[in-house]
Design a protein around this ligand. Structure first.
Ligand code: EPU
Length: 425
């Protein structure tokens, strides 16, 4: 059932050193579909592209619809040539990732129609597309399900700007709305928009291409439609979730280090929570300094929320911190329905926690024992790796295929910090 590869970890080592953060997975995942909006045959260059499998999948989708993609993995650059030529997507790539849902807006805006399978991505409970469909329908796009595929057809072209209130600030639906509005005639206003930094990065990129968008990073985004968008040269923002992962990796191993090439402000929820819990953590410009040697930590009480709240993607890793801390912690998952799948794996590591619906009650400190465990999504795998790094002796973590989807060179980076970790068959 699972990929045979597993991660072997000999825990018990403090991580020490400097780490450089790569480009944001969720930023490039939005930007690549948005490049379908470019008029004419022009070439675009994207820099700071992480070497992750999700990018490979997105490049395959772009090739499927007619683009030529050149990817230089050593220089972290993607060059995109040509223009969109097809509006139908196969089952080959779309179901592998969640971000493929952004091709709904991007293709229909350029071609007037799209037919594609449902997107995939991490299994974090129910992940419906109703808000995306609501957005499409606001632009008078007919959405139908045919043969298990999503089929969208414009009823008036060009699209007309509109007023959209999102019942929930969905990241993907906000991105689809921005993409659709960029070339729609007149003005679009999105109320209760998601405020994630990846949305701001998308808007900065679209504005460089000639779009007229204001309000990104706030919950009201205004878009004045333009007729044409031109090619792009853009550097992706650093990955705030990779940053958060390494912050916690230093802390849970009681290590010490500097995280470089990041934007500390994008991790304020995490940084503030950890400082309040007694972590020695400071930051300046693009660096974060952590010293967790000989420290005892206080418990945490957190709720995951849309940005700038605590990111749901940090929640599994924060549970490792809570387990090692002194006292009673509470973790409330407010974004996804099922994000405590790691709890059953923790049992194998000798950890006792109480999970009730979307809450987790943890009494610490407890010690992780070595075990053989399996992660079913990107952040669950990293959470189990962090837990194993704290355990004395040898653990195995299955789920390499998820890790490779979202983290650039994660194992190698941990090794440079002194972790005893490798991928084995
Ligand atoms: N939702 C609906 N209907 C919709 C869309 C979303 O009910 O039409 C619900 C979801 O079921 C979920 C909540 O709204 O409960 C949040 O979903 P959202 O649409 O905001 O998330 P997303 O766009 O699917 C992105 C990231 C996720 C990250 C979330 C939340 C990408 C490619 N993915 O997903 O990243 O957890 O926002 O911040 O940008 C990850 O990186 O590991 C990851 C899962």
């Amino acid at each position: 059932m699972y990929n045979k590869k597993k991660i072997k970890i000999n825990g018990g080592h403090k991580l020490e050193g400097n780490i450089y953060i790569g480009g944001s997975k969720n930023s490039i995942s939005t930007l690549l579909p948005a490049l379908c909006l470019i008029n004419g045959e022009q070439s675009s260059v994207i820099e700071n592209v992480p070497n992750i499998k999700d990018v490979t999948t997105l490049c395959c989708i772009l090739e499927e619809i007619g683009f030529r993609v050149e990817r230089d993995k050593d220089k972290n650059i993607i060059r995109l040539f040509g223009k969109i030529q097809r509006s139908e997507l196969s089952e080959d790539y779309v179901p592998k990732i969640r971000a493929s849902n952004l091709f709904l807006g991007a293709i229909v805006s350029s071609m007037g129609s799209v037919k594609m399978p449902f997107c995939g991505g991490d299994m974090l409970g129910v992940r419906p597309l109703d808000i995306h469909f609501y957005v499409l329908e606001k632009f008078k796009i007919k959405v139908e399900i045919e043969d298990g595929k999503i089929s969208c057809q414009v009823t008036e072209f060009p699209l007309k700007g509109t007023t959209i209130f999102l019942r929930y600030p969905s990241v993907g639906a906000t991105e689809n709305a921005i993409i659709l509005a960029s070339k729609a005639e007149g003005e679009t206003t999105i109320y209760n928009a998601a405020c994630e930094p990846e949305i701001t990065d998308l808007v900065i990129a679209l504005n460089k291409m000639g779009a007229n968008i204001t309000g990104a990073g706030t919950s009201i985004i205004k878009i004045k439609g333009v007729r044409e968008l031109t090619s792009l040269k853009h550097e992706i923002i650093p990955d705030r979730l990779e940053t958060g992962t390494f912050i916690l990796a230093f802390i849970v191993t009681k290590g010490k280090g500097i995280i470089r090439n990041t934007i500390p402000e994008h991790n304020i929820a995490l940084i503030s929570t950890l400082k309040d819990a007694g972590v020695d953590l400071t930051y300046s410009n693009s660096d974060i300094y952590i010293d967790a040697t000989n420290r005892v930590f206080n418990p945490i009480n957190i709720s995951t929320l849309p940005y700038p709240g605590m990111p749901t993607d940090m929640q599994p890793m924060l549970s490792v911190f809570a387990i090692l801390s002194n006292g009673n912690s509470i973790i409330n998952e407010g974004v996804f329905q099922e994000r405590f799948a790691y709890v059953s794996e923790y049992q194998k590591m000798g950890i006792k926690v109480v999970n009730s619906y979307n809450q987790l009650f943890i009494t610490g400190p407890q010690k992780f024992q070595n075990a053989i465990v399996t992660g079913n999504d990107i952040r669950m795998v990293t959470c189990l790796i962090l837990a194993s790094l704290t355990a004395k002796s040898e653990s195995f973590v299955y789920g390499v295929e998820h890790l490779e989807r979202g983290y650039d060179n994660f194992i190698e980076k941990l090794k440079t910090l002194g972790a005893e970790i490798e991928i084995v068959e």
